[in-house]
Design a protein around this ligand. Structure first.
Ligand SMILES: Nc1ncnc2c1ncn2[C@@H]1O[C@H](COP(=O)(O)OP(=O)(O)O)[C@@H](O)[C@H]1O
Ligand SMILES: [Mg+2]
Length: 227
């Protein structure tokens, strides 16, 4: 059971745009171990989102190997990928994508119900996570009644609700001001650590990256390991 949560080998992804081919990922080898939090650095356009989308099994079109908790995802049929996404992965985006008509608690409850939890268990878990993130007094607020930082905390709670082995985060605090970003980011890292999940976190913020266990950088379509 010591296999990495995520292992990619020679992962490649190209796009055709107006007859021109862009090789964005040119052979990415990446291991993320259980419980490890890895920062994915790289300037805008270097392919961070492309890598997260491939690893998140959100679209096909890549070549190479993606193993998630020991299982080769690249060869799974669509149904198997959906199940793997639901059971093994969670996502946090720059913009929260919360359900606007549901309050904070319900946004964290619903994915658990879809995952098979009972309502009382899902509600207890939602309350626990939101309280740990400092939102104990915002449980029944809807997204438009929350600040940007509070919305992103709800998105963090939602992502961790089903205890995913791997959280994929794409510039999760990218639309927050610096002080709020620092705070929410710190809470996110603490919660992922407490929960024992692993995370791959795209950011172009080197200061935030330095707070993670390991830093890798995308450069010309491949990964460099940084100290
Ligand atoms: N669907 C697409 N079609 C064509 N080109 C794309 C597509 N998605 C991304 N790209 C290109 O791939 C490169 C990497 O993009 P992206 O992964 O979004 O970078 P980052 O997240 O690091 O800013 C960019 O040059 C972008 O224009
Ligand atoms: Mg991006």
């Amino acid at each position: 059971m010591n296999e990495p949560v995520l292992q990619t080998r020679d992962l490649r992804r190209s796009f055709e745009q107006g007859g021109v081919r862009i090789d964005v990922l040119r052979g990415v080898d990446l291991d993320v171990q259980r419980g490890e939090i890895v920062a994915l650095l790289g300037p805008s356009g270097s392919g961070k989102s492309t890598l997260l989308q491939a690893v998140g099994l959100l679209e096909g079109g890549f070549e190479g190997s993606i193993r998630i908790v020991g299982e080769e995802a690249a060869k799974l049929p669509a149904g198997g990928r959906t199940a793997m996404r639901r059971d093994k992965l969670a996502f946090i985006y720059q913009f929260h994508h919360l359900l606007p008509d549901f309050d904070a608690t319900e946004n964290v409850v619903l994915p658990q119900l879809i995952h098979g939890a009972t309502r009382p268990a899902a509600q207890a878990r939602a309350t626990e996570l939101l309280t740990q993130l400092g939102l104990g007094h915002r449980l029944t607020h809807r997204p438009n009644q929350l600040s940007g930082g509070e919305q992103q905390r709800v998105a963090v709670a939602r992502a961790l609700a089903n205890r995913p082995p791997l959280v994929l985060a794409d510039e999760p605090t990218g639309n927050l001001d610096e002080a709020t970003s620092d705070r929410v980011f710190g809470e996110f890292v603490n919660l992922v650590r407490n929960e024992g999940s692993a995370a791959l976190v795209a950011t172009h913020n080197e200061r935030l990256a330095a707070r993670m266990d390991r830093v890798v950088r995308l450069h010309e379509g491949r990964l460099e390991e940084l100290a």
